[in-house]
Design a protein around this ligand. Structure first.
Ligand code: DX5
Ligand code: ZN
Length: 221
């Protein structure tokens, strides 16, 4: 896999023609499909479940699908998403009674596992599980909606998590989600992120390839 991964959030895609829209964004150069699952309980919004993930696989989408679970409780959805074709499953630790068990459940079902930390969630959640993480996802907005503005103090948190990853000696992806766009992606990468979720910045205009190319150009500077 390349050093930097672009992961469009399909929350901002056209749900009436989701298969074609996902196909188009992958053809435009995206690496990963970011799949936001919201339950109107852990977050105040309601989106899509395993059936839609399976539908994308049935449609012929072969790219990695990065399932971001904003749900509480978490565990019962993990086997369902694994069966539906998820590649990566991340969850918010405060939404699980037993974080270590939930991580193991994801691994046991053959997916890569990660924790998601909200802007105000303590990094201490990482302390005892670094050896089981494939991904750490830092939220740079409060979860629940696309189209919000990047919260600047997240940059310092990114730097801190990057230092923890380096100290661990492990190859853990550092993913950032919320308000990422062409104008701030370089600064976010410099703070340590290597996987970039972007929803509205990509889907809310017609030229997906143009935006993704501009993002990659920023990352190459
Ligand atoms: C927010 C979701 C994000 C969201 C990002 O709760 O987790 O993935 O879709 O959207 P933008 O890039 O528009 O901030
Ligand atoms: Zn997300």
């Amino acid at each position: 896999m390349s050093k930097f991964l672009i992961a469009p959030s399909i929350l901002s895609a056209d749900f009436a023609r989701l298969g074609q829209d996902v196909e188009a964004v992958l053809a435009a150069g995206a690496d990963v499909v970011h799949f936001d699952v919201m339950d109107n309980h852990y977050v105040p919004n309601l989106t899509i479940g395993p059936m839609v993930c399976q539908a994308l696989r049935n449609y012929g989408i072969t790219a990695p699908i990065d399932v971001h679970l904003m749900v509480k409780p978490v565990d019962s959805l993990i086997p369902m998403f694994a069966d539906a074709g998820a590649s990566i499953i991340t969850f918010h630790p405060e939404a699980s009674e037993h974080v270590d068990r939930t991580l193991q459940l994801i691994k046991d079902h053959g997916c890569q596992a990660g924790l998601v930390l909200n802007p105000a969630t303590s990094l201490s959640y990482l302390e005892h599980v670094m050896d089981r993480l494939d991904v750490i996802l830092l939220m740079s907005v409060n979860p629940g909606f696309g189209g919000q503005s990047f919260i600047p103090h997240t940059l310092e948190k990114l730097r801190q998590v990057k230092a923890l990853i380096n100290a661990s000696g492990r190859n853990i992806r550092l993913e950032v989600d919320g308000g990422v766009n062409v104008d701030n992606i370089k600064e976010i990468a410099e703070a340590g992120a290597d996987m970039f979720v972007a929803g509205s910045a990509i889907f809310n205009q017609p030229d997906y390839k143009g935006v993704i190319d501009q993002m990659r150009a920023q990352l190459a500077l």
